[in-house]
Write a protein that binds this ligand. Structure first.
Ligand code: ADP
Ligand code: TRP
Length: 318
């Protein structure tokens, strides 16, 4: 089985990203025979027009993923733009993509509603994502619910291509992470970069402590019984614990542990849980990240080139 995942380099990774996406992807990549992971810098260009920011954020994203435990021996890791076949295939797929289908893309409408410029690139985003997936003949694409429609569009485009030019692409299966609970942020809403309520995975310890100490709670007195089910401090803490330890902690809340103590315990548990990963990140040099990425790009190119040869032949371009 070959698994593919990709992410936009859009800022500091947080706990929600880890439990909602990185950890399940990492587990899946361990089960797979081969996995492919890339940072979609070309997609990022739909929203980032600052060269320094793009360069650093994709580098940081790759660094984070290597530190989180993806094994470069088994996972092909690279920056999307290093394999130009992505854009070539995107163009070919776009000639089969009905405008009506593209107009129904929820994420496009959302982004425009949020004030992003309605550019051709933003509109074509799902066609580039389809190319990302179809180039590598993958069986499974693990994605969050918000990306399900994009994978369905990918299947549609692959079918249209196969009907027009003969069987060329395998249809990828989306693996939707329905079961992953939404991790709350420091204000109790979904943790998200866009809401400024995150607890980062990496970076300075003080910043993490500050974020944890700022988690909003209700106004119960220090020794009053607390309800763990409605408390964000507990909801975050339990992600870091075994089931039995989480139960024991819930009892402490019910027995009147103060929110101050609860937060300090959470901070300690956080450092325990992510300590090794944070140390690993600090021990990996920028040079190593680049070398993993460049080796990955060579391996990815070999697969992508072979697919494109078939595509060029099928379409009459070759
Ligand atoms: P953000 O909301 O911070 O911009 P992204 O949209 O870039 O995060 O999400 C990247 C991945 O992390 C997605 O697969 C998404 O489902 C997951 N994710 C993000 N925030 C959370 C959260 N609070 N809880 C669970 N998963 C999350
Ligand atoms: N659109 C995805 C997101 O915003 C990122 C992405 C681009 C992707 N290409 C992909 C995800 C291919 C999976 C497969 O999260």
């Amino acid at each position: 089985m070959r698994v593919l995942s990709a992410m936009q380099p859009s800022g500091q990774l947080h706990l929600g990203n880890y439990f909602g996406s990185m950890k399940p992807n990492l587990e899946l990549s361990k089960e797979a025979d081969e996995s492919i992971f890339f940072v979609v810098d070309l997609h990022a260009l739909t929203t980032v027009h600052d060269p320094d920011l793009l360069r650093t954020s994709r580098q940081e994203a790759m660094h984070d993923y290597i530190a989180s435990g993806f094994d470069p021996e088994k996972t092909i890791m690279f920056f999307q733009s290093y394999v130009p076949e992505h854009t070539e295939l995107m163009w070919i797929l776009s000639t089969l993509a009905p405008v009506g289908m593209m107009e129904r893309a929820v994420s496009y409408k959302d982004k425009v509603d949020r004030g992003l410029d309605a550019t051709l690139g933003l509109f074509a985003y799902p066609a580039l994502m389809a190319a990302d997936i179809l180039l590598y003949e993958v069986d499974v694409v693990p994605v969050g619910k918000d990306q399900k429609q994009h994978v369905e569009m990918t299947r549609d485009l692959a079918t249209k291509f196969n009907n027009a030019f003969g069987e060329t692409f395998t249809l990828p299966e989306p693996l939707i992470r329905e079961e992953v609970a939404v991790v709350p942020g420091t204000d109790g809403q979904k943790m998200s970069k866009s809401y400024g309520n995150t607890i980062p995975l990496f970076g300075d310890e003080k910043g993490i402590k500050k974020a944890i100490m700022s988690i909003e709670t209700d106004s119960k007195g220090a020794s009053d019984p607390k309800d763990p089910e409605t408390c964000s401090v507990y909801q975050i803490h339990k992600l870091l614990l075994s089931e039995s330890d989480a139960k024991a902690l819930a009892d402490e809340y019910r027995n009147g542990m103060s929110y101050g103590d609860a937060k300090i315990q959470l901070f300690e548990a956080y450092m325990d849980y992510f300590g090794a990963m944070r140390e690993r990140r600090a021990s990996i040099s920028e040079k190593e990240v680049i070398s993993v990425m460049e080796e990955g790009a060579i391996k990815a190119s070999a697969i992508a080139k072979a697919t494109m040869e078939r595509v060029r032949t099928a379409t009459g371009l070759r």
